[in-house]
Design a protein around this ligand. Structure first.
Ligand code: ATP
Length: 259
């Protein structure tokens, strides 16, 4: 399998403080990596470094490009970020917002092609957004907007898809639907996925590998079955949890104080 993301001794500082330190990881095309860890562990910082949105020390390569020295437009053709807190441009409809994802592929003055339009329509259907297509994006609920923002990221046709808490606002059915859609693209198009997620059961179910971060450092990089282990999670999250083996993978269950 070909390596599409290479991270070597990467560090990130914010406001003079190290928030990522000595991070090493590789990702192959068609692989799904879940990034997990407590609040403030550095998950978003890692995704932003991969997208070239924050300056990082060390060596980073995404589809062969160095995010630190490559133009935003060029990076956007190979890597797409679905952010945790999307900013919605004023006055944009749902369809227009999804279509924005095509911008990096268009020539500077080029207009929308038939293929651009077809892809956008396909994504609107697939994300159950056709009824909302004409609505101002600013009027959507949190879960509706999350699907629109995923649509915009997928419209970029990236080789690497970065998902920052992609299901935090979604109901149960839409969580599965959205992650199944991404898993389908992972298989069909060899899409590499890096997903920061707090739902450890869901993260483990879809991921080939999981990286557990704590205070900016990688604690473990392994298969979900090895990362989702009670002693490890109790220690890193300072939480009461039970891990129950299931045919579909380990289920991580928070346990009340009386248990
Ligand atoms: N712009 C910034 N200025 C200063 N500190 C920042 C900035 N952005 C992030 N940080 C800090 O960097 C650390 C890592 O933040 P990051 O958002 O990467 O964590 P996270 O693992 O994604 O957290 P969460 O699970 O809460 O989303 C945190 O301590 C955060 O306060």
């Amino acid at each position: 399998m070909s390596t599409v993301v290479e991270v070597r001794a990467v560090s990130v500082s914010r406001s003079g403080r190290r928030v990522l330190q000595d991070v090493d990881l590789d990702l192959a095309a068609g692989e799904w990596l879940a990034v997990v860890g407590p609040n403030g562990a550095g998950k978003t910082s890692l995704l932003h470094a991969l997208a070239g949105l924050v300056r990082a020390g060390g060596r980073l390569r995404v589809a062969g490009l160095d995010p630190g020295s490559t133009s935003r437009r060029r990076m956007s053709r190979v890597v797409a970020l679905m952010p945790q807190q999307p900013v919605v441009p004023e006055g944009f409809s749902v369809r227009e917002l999804v279509a924005l994802g095509r911008t990096p592929h268009r020539s500077r003055w080029g207009s929308e092609t038939a293929r651009d339009r077809d892809l956008v329509e396909h994504l609107l259907v697939r994300l159950h957004l056709t009824d909302l297509a004409g609505r101002p994006a600013a009027t959507l609920s949190g879960g509706e907007l999350q699907r629109v923002v995923l649509g915009r990221a997928l419209a970029q046709e990236p080789r690497v898809l970065l998902l920052d808490e992609p299901t935090s606002a979604l109901d149960l059915g839409h969580q599965q639907d959205v992650l199944d859609l991404v898993a389908g693209l992972q298989r069909e198009q060899d899409l590499a996925v890096v997903a920061a997620m707090h739902d450890l059961t869901l993260a483990g179910h879809y991921a080939d590998r999981m990286v557990l971060l704590e205070q900016g450092r990688v604690v473990v990089d392994a298969r979900p079955g090895e990362v989702l282990a009670e002693p490890l999670l109790r220690g890193v999250y300072d939480a009461r949890v039970e891990v129950v083996p299931r045919p579909s993978g380990p289920a991580v269950i928070p346990v009340g104080s009386g248990a």
